[in-house]
Design a protein around this ligand. Structure first.
Ligand code: ZN
Ligand code: ZN
Length: 174
């Protein structure tokens, strides 16, 4: 464990030894890390912070248990905290400044690591997107049949429900 990670409250984690790991990298390839083959869920977030952070109309993100993602080496990623929600630390590649990895630590929640879906280099492990959240801040309408959640609390609740569902599924499988 490196002190730099400790300072910002991130625990070094190793990908489950039993599972195969999936390579992940930023747009320029300078930030690389690996994740397990078992993401929890994937969704589209239209909140204004995701828009700014991704420099895109919305974020396409895949959520993992924190223990299922091996963090990139220290110094490769620069972390910042944006609001709201308050407990997501968002990291960009120090080289290309593209979104690299996000860390979600909130009381009562399991620790999660959120990976911009485009950084996951194996599409076969990706879950189908489950929903849109913070849809009220969308730049344009989405042409799909996914459920669309509006507003802060409804979006947070939807995130929590997806998480519970995914964790329950994992317990059954494991
Ligand atoms: Zn990069
Ligand atoms: Zn967002």
């Amino acid at each position: 464990m490196s002190n730099a990670w400790q300072r910002i409250g991130i625990e070094a984690s190793a990908v489950n030894a039993s599972g195969k790991s999936v390579p992940c990298e930023c747009t320029c390839g300078a930030t690389t890390f690996s994740a397990s083959e078992s993401p929890l869920f994937r969704l589209f977030c239209h909140c204004s912070i995701c828009q700014r952070f991704n420099d895109a109309p919305f974020a396409d993100v895949t959520v993992f248990r924190a223990n299922d993602v091996a963090m990139p080496p220290e110094g490769v990623v620069q972390f910042g905290t944006y609001r709201p929600p308050p407990n997501v630390r968002r990291g960009v590649c120090a080289e290309c400044a593209s979104p690299a990895i996000e860390v979600f630590h909130t009381p009562l929640f399991p620790k999660l690591t959120i990976v911009p879906t485009q950084n996951i280099k194996r599409t076969d492990i990706l879950p189908a997107p489950a929903a849109h959240i913070f849809y009220e801040s969308r730049v344009s309408d989405a042409a799909d049949d996914l459920i669309k959640h509006h507003g802060y609390w409804r979006s947070q609740l939807a995130f929590g429900r997806l998480l519970l569902k995914a964790l329950a599924r994992g317990q059954k499988a494991g």
